[in-house]
Design a protein around this ligand. Structure first.
Ligand SMILES: Nc1ncnc2c1ncn2[C@@H]1O[C@H](COP(=O)(O)OP(=O)(O)O)[C@@H](O)[C@H]1O
Ligand SMILES: O=C(OP(=O)(O)O)[C@H](O)COP(=O)(O)O
Length: 405
């Protein structure tokens, strides 16, 4: 593993520390449904403030695309974090500008300040040097503890490390150590289960994962894109028509690599996506034009579970269905429980990750029965491809040289 500086190499006392966390937690109807990402970054925050640092937390939340979107404010997440620590936590409703400057000037050693969603500014995702400079003004030291966002070369995940002395936080360290130990030389056959809804941002990585795994199960809205690409009608299901060509290329690449792809053979469909909406099970080639696929059906679950029994290692990112609303949680819950059972019996090593995946595993009651649960989904899969993630590469570079602003 590439070497980078950690909190062991840092004297936080009296210093303003910009800490990049990933507070992009699952939220439903305005309520946080899973606090794992908050819980796992808190030890870093507390270590820094208990050593006398002034910790300024940066994070994105959701995808507001450079605009201020009230429902995507970090304020409720900051409040949830404040409830979990005995240290003083304040929140500022921007991440740059005069309000931030005043709040930082008023900070004392041991204080925590959480700044508003970095993605409210277009400069964040563009990694715009001016925006990086505005963020960097707030701190003297940069700590990146957002492994789950390390695949994004954004201002707060990559740009800042080029301008401030940069260190990896405890969660970043722990994630990389655990994933390396579990997956650097995985026992074959290895299966990957990829589901969820972030189709375009995760599709490319599937193309490389086929070279690393023996079986690829594709579920969730991701599967709808593959099915539609093969000419299977998916009605009103969530899918991305502009990704069909990529999906077909991935299937071809998998064939070349000897990786078997398993797509759903049946589905749970509904006309509306709401609690209590009438739903039915149908074969995958019989989805009516006015219906949408919201979960994998029971024959698909049986097929996946049968294949799991022949695996030694399973990596999993992305739920098999829209698990937040019943009954569309059934496939995810059934497969999660079977993976947990095989893992408990020592027959399978299961490594799962992703904000919603962790939430789904908790919903199934088996999050603590996996071999390892990562806070990261996309970043974890890109790491598995063998990519040096931009947010990590820059920490390694930063150990050698810091460019003054
Ligand atoms: N068939 C489907 N239709 C619509 N949404 C789906 C479907 N299957 C899964 N999802 C949604 O995918 C989301 C999780 O996807 P993603 O963000 O990629 O996972 P993670 O956060 O674990 O990386 C969940 O909110 C779930 O409701
Ligand atoms: O939730 C995240 O990733 P994940 O869905 O892969 O677990 C990260 O916060 C990255 O978010 P992004 O995919 O909007 O850049």
């Amino acid at each position: 593993m590439a070497a980078f500086r950690t909190l062991n190499d840092l004297s936080p006392a009296g210093k303003r520390i910009l800490l990049r966390a990933d507070l992009n937690v699952p939220v439903r109807e305005g309520r946080i449904t899973d606090t794992t990402r908050i819980d796992r970054v808190l030890p870093t925050v507390e270590e820094l403030v208990e050593k006398g640092g002034r910790v300024i937390v940066l994070s994105h939340f959701d995808r507001p695309k450079g605009r201020v979107v009230a429902e995507m404010s970090l304020a409720p997440i900051a409040a949830a974090m404040a409830e979990k620590t005995r240290h003083t936590v304040r929140f500022v409703s921007d991440c740059i500008g005069p309000e931030v400057e005043h709040a930082i000037a008023a900070m004392k050693d041991g204080d925590i300040l959480i700044l508003e969603n970095t993605r409210f500014h277009a400069g964040e995702e563009k990694n715009d040097p001016e925006f990086v400079a505005s963020l960097a003004k707030s701190g003297e030291i940069y700590v990146n503890d957002a492994f789950s966002a390390a695949h994004r070369a954004h201002a707060s995940t990559e740009g800042l490390a080029r301008h401030l002395p940069a260190f990896a936080g405890r969660l970043m360290e722990a994630e990389l150590n655990a994933l390396s130990a579990a997956l650097e030389k995985p026992d074959h056959p290895v299966g990957a289960l990829i589901g969820g809804a972030k189709i375009s941002t995760k599709l490319d990585l599937i193309g490389n994962v086929v070279n690393k795994v023996d079986i690829l199960f594709i579920g969730g809205a991701m599967a709808n894109t593959f099915l539609a690409a093969e000419g299977v009608p998916v009605g009103k299901s969530l899918q991305e028509a502009e990704m069909h060509e990529t999906a077909r290329e991935i299937v071809a690449r998998a064939q070349q690599a000897g990786c078997k792809i398993i797509l759903p053979v049946d589905a749970v469909i509904a006309r509306e996506f709401r609690e209590g909406a009438p739903s039915e099970i149908c074969p995958i080639d019989a989805v009516p034009a006015d219906a949408m696929i919201l979960d994998a059906g029971p024959r698909t679950v049986a097929l996946i579970n049968e294949q799991l029994a022949g695996l030694k290692t399973l990596v999993w990112n992305g739920p098999l269905g829209a698990f937040e609303i019943k009954p569309f949680d059934a496939a995810t819950v059934a497969v999660a429980r079977e993976a947990a059972r095989l893992t408990k019996e020592g027959k399978l090593k299961t490594i799962a990750g992703g904000g919603d995946t962790v939430s789904a595993l908790r919903h199934a009651g088996v999050a603590d029965q996996m071999s390892y649960v990562s806070t990261a989904g996309g970043a974890f899969m890109e790491w598995l491809e063998g990519k040096l993630l931009p947010g990590i590469a820059v920490l390694t570079d930063a150990a050698q040289h810091v460019v003054p602003l």
